[in-house]
Design a binder for this molecule. Structure first.
Ligand SMILES: [Zn+2]
Length: 427
């Protein structure tokens, strides 16, 4: 089953569509977005000479830093009056990345999410329990729109509240659960504690995303929930969830490449890598109007596979993303950069410039601990409360524990620098 013909058309035909759309989006951003006008000029690109995908590698990249530098809306291609919706996600230094959607962009989002749900076997007769967060985060509303487009019933329960999640999974008998992979496992564990065997419930598909999911974790989800797991990928800078998704073959994620054109580059040199080689995923939005992006560097590591898939879709596939080119941590589905911890506490009086982050996996859920070091002669206990408050205030995910140690309490490496992150989750 596919949602529409765009997924199965002849590749030559899709390529012509991509060429045309790229010409349009390049012309549009060159005209409407000063950032791109300058970037093209700096790269010696004449937008009028861009004919199609073959010219893509000559265009400049767009980075997360570019979004941050032009916060909040410097990359928007339409005036606010022509936008329909805004979302925002956390950035490397706490500056959010704001994205804007025109009405047509929301239609595209609905379409790619409907395609994604159908690829995961969801039909109009199904009920989907949507345990992604609603709000500025794109996860909740992305799934919501997809269900509406498809005609499936959505239960907009949002994140958290495990008791209620389990109750509704049991009482409403939803066929589909959408949440992060770690939360799926957490629900199974908590169900067990409450005498509910989640594997016996009607859930037959779990559509998971927003954090990396390794093969062993997928196997655990499928076993504990008695359901097939489908990985979905996306990011708000491109659209939100719905950039790519696994089909029933579950052999890579189909990229909705008539809307989002993927490339894989060497993150060091920026060279485009041939299909089958692993590198950083770069995406160009071919159809978005509110905030199109040209060659956006996602920081996610993957591989592209253009060969045919048993499901009949002709779109290029990408590997599950399990790594990043930078040091982004994903904690309980939220993005966290170590530098955010630093930025949040280091200006507090009495905090020494040494801290560490410890991540554990407690059952299925991430445990996040922060330790900071005090300057000499500081009352650690009083400082601990200040640090905790500050972190809860500023970070997308609150630490489970905050510790304060005296001067020298955080181990240094030979170079004198403290190692910041101790990720014990894979141990
Ligand atoms: Zn397929």
């Amino acid at each position: 089953m596919v949602w529409n013909d765009a997924e199965t058309i002849d590749r030559e035909q899709r390529r012509r569509r991509q060429d045309r759309r790229l010409r349009d989006v390049v012309a549009s951003v060159a005209e409407r977005v000063p950032f791109y006008r300058e970037a093209f000029a700096d790269a010696g690109v004449d937008p009028g000479e861009v004919e199609g995908i073959d010219d893509l590698a000559g265009l400049p990249f767009t980075s997360k830093e570019d979004l941050r530098e032009h916060y909040p809306d410097g990359l928007f291609a339409l005036p606010r009056s022509d936008l329909n919706c805004l979302h925002a996600s956390s950035g490397t230094t706490g500056t959010p990345k704001v994205v804007g959607y025109a009405d047509r962009d929301l239609e595209i989002w609905r379409e790619v999410m409907a395609r994604s749900l159908v690829a995961a076997g969801v039909g109009p007769e199904d009920t989907l329990q949507n345990a992604y967060g609603y709000g500025l985060f794109t996860g909740g509303l992305g799934f919501h729109y997809g269900c509406q487009e498809l005609g499936a019933a959505v239960l907009p329960i949002g994140g958290g509240n495990t008791d209620r999640q389990l109750r509704f999974l049991r009482d409403l008998g939803s066929e589909v659960l959408a949440c992060t992979p770690s939360y799926a496992l957490y629900l199974a564990e908590q169900g067990e504690k409450r005498g509910i065997d989640v594997a016996d419930l009607p859930v037959s598909a779990v559509v998971y995303g927003a954090e990396p999911c390794t093969d062993p974790m997928r196997a655990a989800i499928e076993e504990r929930l008695g359901a097939a797991g489908f990985d979905i990928y996306g990011l708000s800078e491109i659209i939100g969830p719905g950039v790519s998704v696994e089909c029933e073959a579950r052999d890579g994620l189909h990229v909705h490449s008539d809307h989002f054109y993927p490339e894989v580059i060497d993150p060091e040199t920026g060279e485009v890598l041939p299909a089958g080689e692993e590198g950083e995923l770069v995406v160009t939005t071919l159809t978005k109007r509110g905030m199109p992006v040209i060659r956006y560097r996602t920081g996610d590591v993957t591989t592209l596979y253009p060969d045919a898939c048993d499901c009949g879709r002709t779109t290029v596939r990408m590997d599950n993303v399990t790594g990043r080119t930078d040091d982004l941590l994903v904690v309980r589905g939220a993005n966290l950069y170590p530098s955010e911890v630093e930025a949040a506490v280091l200006d507090l009086e009495g905090v020494a410039p040494h801290y560490r982050i410890d991540l554990y996996r407690e059952g299925a859920l991430d445990e996040f601990e922060v330790t900071v070091e005090t300057a000499p002669g500081v009352d650690g206990e009083a400082l601990r409360e200040q640090v905790r408050e500050r972190l809860e205030d500023r970070l997308a995910v609150a630490p489970d524990a905050v510790s304060v140690v005296g001067p020298g309490g955080i181990e240094r490496t030979e170079t004198g620098k403290a190692r910041r992150v101790y990720d014990h989750r894979e141990e």
